[in-house]
Design a protein around this ligand. Sequence first.
Ligand code: ATP
Ligand code: MG
Length: 334
Amino acid sequence: TPRVFSGIQPSGNLTLGNYLGALKRFVEMQESDIETLYCVVDMHAITVWQDPADLRHNTREVTAAYIACGLDPAKSILFNQSQVPAHAQLAWIFNCTARIGWMNRMTQFKDKAGKNAEKSSLGLLAYPALMAADILIYQATHVPVGEDQKQHLELARDIAAKFNHDFDTDFFPSPDPLIDGEATRVMSLRDGTKKMSKSDPSDQSRITLRDDADTIAKKIRKAKTDPEPLPETLKELEGRPEARNLVNIYAALSGRTAESVIAEFSGQQFGQFKPALAELAVDHLAPITQEMNRLMADPAEIDRVLGNGADRAAAIAEPILDKTYDIVGMVRSR
Ligand code: ATP
Ligand code: MG
């Protein structure tokens, strides 16, 4: 049976990239009849240093964003990863399935570890094995993610396949990444070759779900572009990553194709296009930000949602973990 799983790290301010690449699509999946689980992956977040008070706040804030974007805790299972220990338990088994060489090839590890990889946490290297466990502990079949997670999803498939092969079973399904829309990779507003990220040190590089209308308009106005006007076709945007990024964002927010956006704005300067984009972004994000703020005023209610979601998630995960231990040959006698 099909089942959707995805997650977001409570590692900072949610960005427009998280909204277009993840949140917005999580809500679309919920509208289907398929069972949906959406996790706040706090154990992934601590692969790089998180201040404990910030981590707690950000965990609640991602949950508030889930709900503010339209996820309904009665329809989707919303929870935080650390409250369902089966994720960590399965991750250990997958640490023993995956090979170090596979992890060393991950571009996210290289990006996040930077020049001094020896000094990064062991967890940062092992991150994709935990991610495989997040998905496979529910035997999830579909994983809506941004383009940046494609490589990790392939690794999750490799782990499932190696486990099945090693133990001569077909227990774990091969999860399919769902990477669609016009903004599967929203780029930094300062550098069109880098993806927009919560953890980027520059707040000017991203639009966030905490920004007010003026801040959004200002960030878009200051976004790096080139002096050329918008061309007639998408093809002519090749080699202009910043321009392409703004067109993609406009398309994704308006639910249109990038082709139709370029056709409408062709010949215009960024001085004209940027205010239109800012207005569109504010129209979409302001109500979400407002609702998030309202929800954040009652953290106890958010924690209740997470607790209930964790109970429901654990009820699915525990039998799958038990069966996995059994396949591996662990004695279970209590
Ligand atoms: P961090 O910098 O801490 O890794 P992040 O912004 O990359 O934060 P994640 O929590 O790692 O956010 O990812 C959550 C989801 O958002 C994933 O599905 C990821 O693919 C998606 N996502 C992240 N950044 C972008 C982006 N720039 N464009 C589209 N999707 C994105
Ligand atoms: Mg990330």
